[in-house]
Ligand binder design. Structure first.
Ligand code: FEO
Ligand code: CA
Ligand code: CA
Length: 734
């Protein structure tokens, strides 16, 4: 047995910077409340979620669910077996078309993708590592039409690249440079393959295809115009050489999950952005060791001396390279990029129907390792509510409640980003605390909450600072450390909120990251001779609220991901079988048309048995299972018991594998045509375990997909969007 050693690229994706001793905060909190006289004032239940929580009222009923007849009542397909084949497998009766892959030209005159590392012009080609995506319909004449089902736009994230050492090696003919300084021509490509796409797709000749020439096609890259919105706009912490008044930024980065706003725009989460910045070893001294910026940089994964993922800062003196050096190297913030990292980490919004408008960074939703954002069904007269996960080990789950109340006419507005300003620029952010008894609360993060304002580790002076240094505010209020919160989704049947917790190699039995009710599993999994420890396979938690604006919730664990053969008493607690076992749930989206819950995996633990997959689920509701106690034996022989709340066991009728992807790929991103008859899924980073030294030897690639499926030139693997349809034209999954 060898210890769990991960490839070095994971260092930039598996942040764990939360050193907070949260269990102790309960007592700290009570003491502070007492000191401030709040206990005497009658607010002494320590219900911090109620302090100043002006928006946490709500008396309207939950928005009506879709017509019951439209929602699926059964999973009407044959389960797909686990597979290690280098192909996309779907159930009998379904077909797969590759629609849009890395490098596909997006503008007239851009040459076809050669796929040999010599291509350029990536600001006019599909980006890399397709991730979250949403559908925006067009009518037959090519005009915006929300119901359009055979022609439309897909807005999409291009999260990252397939790397070894510093280089995105499949993008370069010889694999690129793996030492500093990086070659500028390589960095120029890497800067442009990140960001977003808007691409027109349609049915032609009986199959789905993208359109190279469309007035809607657009790329957003790390260099595109972005404007800061919300409480952080104009903050001193966002001042850079590029934007001396702290109102503008350049580009968006490491865009992971997605959301579609109730007013019809695209929302995207900036996730693992911290790894792209370098700080030299002396930067703490220059800033002052106790400077707030140092505290924040440590909390956000950039200690002094941290190297950057790609070394972009080394490619030259031009601003487009220099900005990735986050050190305080100039006379002040107007003369360097010490604050550049603070311009990333937000939910960003674009209007896919308006290519002329810049990216809007919505700072009111906090600065995190944002996975996606999902919206509760909007209710006229009530605030807009959104849910979000911070994907790093031992981070938190958040909720945003808008100050403005929903006016249904805004769903028809044509200046959609102005509507976004209305609902997303003022509001209140909350963080989740889970309790052992199956209840929980949303705790307000703002200067109105005295616990935030009195944080001894970081002196918050404004709500702008809460928006930029959100994790430090959440630490102060004793939020629950989770096993890497990924996608959130809202069940259209009952409004319950599902959040995937993909895995956590740092979950332990005891200590600051000790097993707790909401993150109760700690175990060892073997992959061949390699042992992994912690919560290796992940789980999915769900919350029920009377109203989306409520401060209180009930919760349980909907699903414990596990290998079918794992110990049924400690690991495979949801009773998974070969038809539905999975590891590392990540993407999670409820189909608006069928109500099916689609679950996608980004796994490295079960990949000796199967490639990553997509499953379909018909979940029940919070409380449909019962209390469960897990028992751990410590080294000294003593026992630790963890009480949790677990949903009903799964069967093939409630959870079933629908798709298995090619080798080395994660399955991510999900959208559908509004009629539910086409489902789009992204295949991200096929062949990611290929060695850079083998870049010119296709026989050694881990994957040759999608070229081996007949799509495009060359043999290098490419991230791509696929369209899945039923041969009989029926609704997917039903
Ligand atoms: Fe980009 Fe948390 O996955
Ligand atoms: Ca295993
Ligand atoms: Ca993800």
């Amino acid at each position: 047995m060898t210890p769990d050693t991960r490839p070095d690229r994971d260092a930039f994706n598996l942040e764990d910077s939360n050193r907070t001793q949260n269990p102790h905060f309960d007592s700290v909190l009570a003491a502070r409340l007492s000191r401030r006289g709040l206990l005497r004032a009658g607010a002494g239940v320590a219900a911090t979620g109620l302090l100043g929580a002006t928006n946490l009222t709500g008396c309207a009923t939950q928005g009506a669910a879709p017509a019951a007849g439209a929602l699926a009542t059964r999973l009407g397909f044959e389960a797909v077996p686990k597979s290690l084949a280098d192909t996309v497998i779907v159930p009998p009766g379904y077909r797969v078309d590759v629609v849009y892959a890395l490098g596909d030209p997006l503008a007239p005159g851009v040459p076809a993708f050669r796929n040999d590392g010599t291509d350029t012009d990536f600001d006019r080609r599909a980006g890399d590592h397709h991730d979250g995506m949403e559908w925006f319909g067009l009518d037959a004449a090519g005009k915006p039409a929300t119901g359009g089902a055979t022609r439309g736009l897909i807005a999409m994230n291009h999260e990252a690249t397939t790397d070894e050492k510093l280089s995105s090696f499949f993008l370069h003919a010889d694999g690129g440079g793996s030492t500093l300084p990086r070659r500028a021509a390589e960095v120029d490509k890497e800067l442009l393959v990140h960001g977003l796409s808007v691409v027109e797709v349609g049915v032609e000749g009986g199959r789905w295809t993208y359109r190279q020439i469309s007035p809607w096609n657009r790329r957003v890259t790390t260099l595109s115009d972005a404007v800061i919105h919300g409480p952080a706009r104009g903050s001193e912490h966002l001042v850079t050489r590029f934007s001396p008044d702290g109102t503008r930024a350049r580009g968006t980065l490491n865009n992971c999950g997605s959301g579609k706003t109730p007013w019809g725009t695209y929302a995207s989460g900036e996730e693992n952005w911290f790894g792209y910045f370098s700080r030299d070893a002396r930067d703490n001294e220059r800033r002052g060791r106790n400077d707030k910026s140092v505290v924040a940089l440590n909390r956000y994964g950039r200690p002094a001396g941290a190297p950057s993922r790609h070394g972009w800062e080394s490619a030259g003196t031009d601003d487009r390279y220099a900005r990735w050096n986050n050190g305080a190297t100039g006379a002040d913030a107007r003369n360097d990029y010490r604050n550049e990292m603070n311009t990333f980490g937000y939910i960003v919004e674009i209007d896919p129907y308006d290519p002329t408008k810049p990216v809007h960074k919505r700072t009111a939703l906090g600065r995190l390792g944002h996975e996606n954002v999902t919206f509760a069904r909007p209710v006229p007269g009530q605030p807009i509510v959104a849910y979000m996960g911070d994907d790093a080990r031992n981070e938190y789950i958040y909720k945003f409640v808008s100050q403005a109340r929903w006016d249904a006419r805004d769903a028809q507005a044509t200046d959609r980003l102005a509507v976004g300003d209305k609902y997303l620029d003022q509001g209140t952010l909350f963080v989740a605390k889970f309790r052992e008894d199956g209840t929980g609360e949303w705790i307000e993060l703002s200067m109105r909450n005295p616990i935030v304002a009195a944080n001894p580790d970081f002196e918050f002076r404004s709500d702008a600072e809460v928006a930029i240094f959100t994790r430090l505010a959440a630490d102060a209020v004793g939020a629950t450390k989770m096993d890497r919160p990924e996608w959130a989704g809202v069940n259209p049947r009952n409004g319950e909120v599902y959040i995937t917790l993909t895995n956590n190699s740092n979950r332990t039995v005891d200590g600051d990251t000790g097993a707790d009710a909401a993150n109760p599993r700690v175990y060892q999994d073997m992959k061949g001779s390699r042992a992994s420890n912690g919560n290796v396979n992940g789980h999915i938690v769900r919350l029920a609220q009377r109203q989306p604006t409520d401060a209180a919730f009930r919760w349980d664990i909907y699903l414990m991901a596990a290998e079918a053969g794992a110990d049924a008493g400690r690991v495979n607690l949801s009773g998974l079988t070969d038809a539905n076992d999975l590891s590392s749930p990540d993407g999670l989206v409820f189909s608006p048309s069928t109500g099916i819950c689609w679950i996608e995996t980004d796994d490295g633990a079960y990949t000796d048995v199967t490639n990553c997959m997509l499953l379909a689920a018909l979940p029940g509701q919070v409380g449909d299972g019962g209390r469960r106690t897990l028992s751990y034996r410590r080294g000294d022989g003593s026992e630790k018991r963890v009480d949790t709340h677990l949903g009903r066991p799964q069967t093939e009728a409630t959870l079933k594998r629908f798709l298995v992807g090619p080798r080395g790929a994660e399955i991510t991103g999900w959208c559908e045509s509004p009629d539910g008859r086409t489902m789009f899924v992204n295949i991200q980073h096929p062949g990611e375990n290929t060695k850079m030294a083998d870049v010119r030897d296709p026989a050694k690639y881990e994957s040759q997909w999608p070229a081996n499926a007949g799509y495009g030139a060359g043999q290098r693997p490419r991230s791509a969007t696929i369209a899945i349809t039923r041969i009989d034209g029926g609704r997917i999954g039903t």
